[in-house]
Design a binder for this molecule. Sequence first.
Ligand code: NAD
Ligand code: ZN
Ligand code: ZN
Length: 344
Amino acid sequence: MKAVQYREVGKGPEVVEIDIPEPGPGQIRLRVTAAGLCHSDWFLMDLPADQYAYGLPLTLGHEGTGIVHKLGDGVEGIDIGGSYAVYGPWGCGQCHACSQGRENYCTRAAELGITPPGLGAPGAMAEYMIVDDARHLVPLGDLDPVQTVSLTDAGLTPYHAIRAAQDRLFPGATAVVIGAGGLGHVGIQILRAISAVTVIAVDQNEEKLALAAEVGAHHTLMSGPDTADEIRALTGGQGAQAVFDFVGVQSTLDIARAAVAVDGYVSIVGIGGGLLPTGFFSTPFGVSVRAPYWGSRSELHEVLDLARIGAVTVHTEVYGIDDAVEAYDKLHAGTVRGRAVVVP
Ligand code: NAD
Ligand code: ZN
Ligand code: ZN
């Protein structure tokens, strides 16, 4: 089968031919219907060899959907031919967090060597993939896999970040979304769907800001040295009750810190490596700062339900697997509008 793999540090993704994997006991083989590209794929492919810890060769793709093709021994309750989304942050299934479906915060995954597909385990960017357990499949029903696949990360991650800040998202409040890319353009729609806040989108690219406005941002701002002042001006001097930073570099976290309101909330979702120093005199009174990771199983159900009622739509650029390298190059260059999706 064809697969998109990262095989050599510094060399970027390659389209290669590998064997079709066999499902072991308890596992499920999917015929992949779609796989999404995430900027985190570039985070790991840009790491130097001494910091790279995801194994080689690595089949990419931590956003996946597929049709059940073969069941390993002992799998029950899953139908061959059923269409599913893959819940990616695999955990142990046994610890306190996993028992709540919050496998993204599994306390034993590291110790047990459990890694998500595409971020250690073989991922979705291939004709077939193995899912380790039936509990990591969420039925898609009538949802179109290609249009839906990115909700497994670009939808689930902002949903989880936003739900955690929900008490700050009261009517009259303002939420800032920094980075209107794959995650951000879905985050804006989630904010509009589940709250009555005013949404301000910030990006460094005019086309991303145009998409932000199209999907529901009330205001759009180019990021720069004046952005925090502009946010304060738009909020009557108060600042924003919640800031979701989908970039996370130092300059965007500086904007977040300067733009957050008293008793506000900053969510650092982007993994750009910046720091937001908190302390009594460095952030306004009462500010909370969180660096969330992915989302829970029940939250994935909820995001898919938002898509079912038409409240959230991923803007997709669709590529065949032979064009996956081109799609990755576009993502690296910052020219993907919405999310790039590969159909193997
Ligand atoms: P993307 O490339 O699709 O979008 C990034 C957006 O940020 C683009 O619109 C870009 O123009 C904008 N941007 C970049 N630098 C900027 C700056 N200095 N100021 C303003 N805007 C800027 O990326 P994505 O796939 O949406 O991922 C976003 C981030 O979230 C990445 O860092 C990714 O690794 C991370 N991520 C984190 C989690 C998590 O669980 N915390 C999950 C998925 C992705
Ligand atoms: Zn991701
Ligand atoms: Zn666990």
